[in-house]
Design a protein around this ligand. Structure first.
Ligand code: ADP
Length: 490
């Protein structure tokens, strides 16, 4: 099959969170199976250019219709760790992708509406006719809308769209300007409840809703989250739309790319290891301590890696840090906050705990350091308020780090409590789970994990190995996506 992914992120060149990992990991899996996969991305100025090989101009004069005129674009081509990527660079005063960041501008809806339009224009003009267009999240929600309302009349009539939602919270709320800019025009038509009109604000358009309504198949990133989005308020107002389109909606659990996230081959870490050479993990723990100037003692290292925002349960992350320190553990936090108040809160904590030999807070995005932390830590906390899939617990399991998670979304489908889960045999349990959002719930799970580490180290080691033996690669999800592609193609 010929598959084109249109996305706003792809690891490691443009990665803000799990979306980037998924676009890269799924593409790699599909290409390994012999499918032809191409990825279309914006050419951000803040791309990690050091991870792109052989970048060159692929299409010089792409004119993308925009507001009755047209914007001149150049399309570049390069290889990102074996994957074929096209990067669209517009030349206009709007500087859509030359802002030093990926998201967070007031005109994000226009930036990504433009990108969606440019990607389709590129497919059309360069005579690319993929079997499947796979697009992701609100940023590319307008792709199926424009494909089936406009581009199918201009040669793209045989393409099928799979639309994956990684986070229901951000839906791309826009005004009528998006219609006039992209040439969809016809306000009366698109502002209909059955099409793009937001389910709550009758004067707004919802790009994610557009994706759901128009795509041939809609997925989210775990079966449990699909259920949550359909039946609880986690769908952030889209439950009814999902209900109307339930026949084409399902959850497919994300995988992780074991060529990137595997302690047996990871070159970012001090010493490679696997479940049968777990003693080498101790050297990585020592290396992590040296790097972060932590005291070398016999305490466990508990880590948090991820965005610092409401979704991730920042208050519980904060509590986990102090609870770990009080219970005689070390704590390492690697996170970035986009919201000003959360950012200053954690900067304050960083200064406050600066001289503590058992704690390190690293604020910002640092992919290399994240590998070292997974390799060196003993436990990882993931106390999310909601979590569509969650990749950090999957990576942790592979690195022999025992996850302590809140039982929501994809965390429920991937982590099984050592003491309380009814999974049999018990050798298939791999971590600790708590359900409520209060401090005590978190403490009860952390207490059990720290207790096992200190009192029954052999049992703790067994639990680490049980986690490492799980297969959360792209193998199974790869099969599911291919079945889905074939289904919608037929
Ligand atoms: P999200 O909701 O952000 O998509 P996921 O758990 O699905 O969360 O994916 C997070 C990914 O981003 C993981 O690969 C994790 O290691 C990485 N990550 C998150 N924050 C940071 C950071 N500050 N520095 C480096 N890597 C990070």
């Amino acid at each position: 099959m010929y598959i084109v992914q249109i996305a706003s992120e792809c690891a490691p060149v443009a990665k803000v969170g799990g979306l980037g990992d998924v676009v890269y990991g799924l593409s790699r899996e599909l290409s390994l199976r012999g499918h032809c996969v191409e990825i279309i991305l914006p050419k951000y100025d803040c791309l990690r250019y050091d991870h792109i090989w052989g970048m060159h101009e692929a299409y010089r004069d792409l004119w993308v219709p925009w507001f009755g005129g047209a914007i001149h674009c150049t399309v570049f081509y390069g290889w990102v760790h074996g994957q074929q990527c096209f990067f669209i660079e517009p030349h206009s005063g709007d500087n859509f992708f030359s802002r030093g960041f990926f998201y967070g501008a007031l005109d994000d809806h226009m930036r990504f509406a433009f990108f969606s339009k440019a990607a389709l224009e590129f497919l059309q003009k360069s005579n690319k006719r993929p079997d499947i267009i796979h697009c992701h999240d609100w940023q590319t929600g307008l792709v199926p809308v424009m494909l089936f309302e406009m581009y199918k009349w201009h040669g793209l009539w045989n393409q099928r769209v799979c639309y994956t939602i990684h986070n229901f919270k951000h839906q791309g709320i826009a005004g009528a300007d998006v219609l006039w800019a992209t040439g969809l025009n016809n306000e009366g038509y698109y502002f209909h409840y059955d099409r793009l009109r937001d389910n709550f604000n009758p004067f707004a358009l919802n790009c994610m809703k557009g994706g759901i309504v128009y795509a041939n198949a809609v997925t989210t990133v775990s079966p449990h989250h699909a259920w949550e989005a359909h039946y609880t308020d986690i769908g952030c107002g889209l439950s009814h739309t999902l209900h109307l389109h339930q026949d084409k909606f399902k959850g497919i659990l994300n995988g992780i790319d074991y060529s990137t996230w595997n302690p047996e081959v990871d070159h970012n870490i001090k010493l490679q290891y696997s479940w049968d050479s777990l003693e080498n993990k101790a050297k990585n723990k020592k290396a992590l301590r040296d790097r972060l100037l932590l005291e070398d003692n016999d305490r466990p290292i508990i880590a948090y890696i991820g965005r610092l925002d409401d979704q991730k349960g920042v208050h519980l992350v904060h509590h986990a840090m102090y609870y770990a320190l009080n219970r005689g553990a070390q704590f390492v936090l690697l996170g970035s906050a986009t919201e000003g108040s959360i950012n200053s809160w954690f900067w304050h904590e960083k200064f406050h705990l600066n001289d503590n030999p058992n704690c390190h807070i690293e604020l910002g995005f640092n992919a290399e350091l994240s590998h070292m932390i997974y390799a060196g830590a003993d436990m990882l906390v993931v106390p999310s308020n909601y979590e569509p899939c969650g990749l950090t617990q999957l990576i942790a399991l592979k690195y022999g780090v025992v996850p302590i998670v809140r039982g929501v979304g994809g965390l429920v489908s991937t982590v099984f409590d050592r003491d309380h889960d009814d999974k049999h045999p018990p050798e298939e349990r791999n971590g600790y789970v708590f359900y409520q959002t209060d401090n005590h719930a978190l403490e009860s799970a952390m207490e059990r994990a720290i207790g096992l580490y200190t009192v029954y180290p052999e049992e703790f080691r067994k639990l680490q190995i049980q986690g490492m033996k799980y297969d959360y690669s792209w193998n199974n999800p790869g099969n599911e996506y291919i079945d889905l592609y074939e289904f919608i193609r037929a």
